[in-house]
Design a protein around this ligand. Structure first.
Ligand code: SAH
Length: 354
């Protein structure tokens, strides 16, 4: 069988080339591209002839994710989606409403191979990378389902985005296209556990998104104990890459710090973190921000959450040392919004049935 084409992974220009290759006029791309971005199925594109629609359905892969399950938070309206992909795999996205617009947290891989000890997404390892169309498709599907525009994207769902570099960069270009979803780069954040080669490559592609680094510890000993990636790239390697990224892009860098009770959440940890960050970013006057997250308890990991008061005290200690820090508000706490938990639970219930 010849390989099927993936329309949602194509830019408007690539779509024009595809139609030309079918012997169709170039302007077909203008008829189709915006409709794909709305999530209109090919069968409903009545601005095309029935014959062309049928040909497209036959020759292309339907990579738009389907809503497999949907949990709506009673507390704040946050929606957690479990999306089914064309090969039967599942990923999660979370739709959050903020004053400044709707934010969608998307997944970048099916599973993850980074092995962070506190994270549910990595438990079964990495199954596969998501295609550009499947990254984009999460945004399209959530927008179509809610009837609302997604104005901000955070790549903080399942997977390590810099472990799927080419597809992620293609997605970032696609989602930014004016004739498509037209989401500005400044409204997109990408979170990484610290893939240094990926950070350097990202600095070179000239896509001014916000980089977010999952740091979670201020010493190599503590970080390596919870994040295996730290055995490959030490904190020094990671922060030096952040300095290069800042020098090249001028963009503020965010740091994620998950507070785990008894592991990394003491006053001494806060002081060490502040001193560490100040030693790299003060000399170059680089703006940074620390997001503190109280760990979401995942059954399999056994890590415990500390109190809100302790998290606030940790933030205050950072502030005192000149580092802006916020304790992340937890949206959707009643819908299992911690990354990877819904997919895991689905997998577990499948196992239980056998
Ligand atoms: N792989 C990327 C993005 C996915 S995870 C990364 O590591 O940054 C998004 C964020 O959630 C990361 O900061 C990650 O470390 C954090 N995270 C994962 N599991 C968590 C848990 N159980 N509780 C709190 N934060 C968690």
């Amino acid at each position: 069988m010849t390989q099927k084409h993936d329309l949602y992974s194509m830019t408007d220009v690539e779509l024009e080339e595809y139609f030309l290759s079918l012997g169709e006029p170039k302007f077909r791309a203008k008829q189709v591209f915006p409709r794909l971005a709305e999530g209109t199925p090919l069968s409903e594109m009545t601005n095309l002839s029935k014959k062309l629609r049928e040909r497209l359905e036959e020759e292309t892969l339907d990579t738009l994710p389907r809503v497999e399950a949907k949990l709506v938070s009673k507390v704040d309206g946050t929606i957690k989606y479990l999306f089914r992909l064309h090969d039967g795999e599942c990923v999660e996205s979370v739709f959050m409403r903020y004053k400044h617009g709707n934010t969608l947290c998307i997944s970048s891989q099916v599973g993850c191979r980074m092995g962070c000890k506190f994270c549910a997404s990595t438990i079964g390892g990495r199954v596969r990378d998501l295609l550009p169309s499947e990254l984009l498709g999460q945004v399209i599907a959530a927008s179509r389902d809610t009837g609302e525009r997604v104005s901000n994207i955070v790549m903080m769902g399942i997977g390590e985005p810099l472990d799927n570099f080419d597809n992620v960069v293609k997605f970032l270009k696609l989602v930014n296209l004016p004739g498509g979803l037209n989401i500005g780069y400044r409204h997109i954040s990408l979170s990484t556990c610290g893939v240094v080669t990926g950070i350097d490559k990202l600095a070179e592609v000239d896509i001014p998104i916000t980089l977010s680094i999952s740091l979670h510890a201020a010493t190599d000993e503590k970080r390596s104990a919870i994040m295996p990636v730290n055995n490959k790239w030490k904190i020094k390697d990671l922060l030096e890459a952040c300095v290069r990224y800042y020098k090249r892009t001028g963009r503020r860098i965010s740091f994620e710090y998950t507070l785990i009770s008894g592991k990394n959440d003491t006053e001494a940890d806060a002081r060490e973190l502040a001193d560490l960050l100040n030693s790299y970013f003060r000399p170059i006057s680089a703006p940074i921000h620390v997001n503190l997250i109280r760990v979401n308890e995942v059954k399999e990991t056994g890590f415990k959450q500390g109190s809100t008061e302790q998290a606030n005290a940790f933030a205050a200690l950072l502030e005192k040392r000149g580092i802006t820090a916020t304790v992340r508000r937890r949206l959707g706490s009643d819908v299992n919004a911690a990354c990877g938990q819904l997919r895991r639970n689905t997998a577990n219930s499948g196992e239980n049935k056998d």
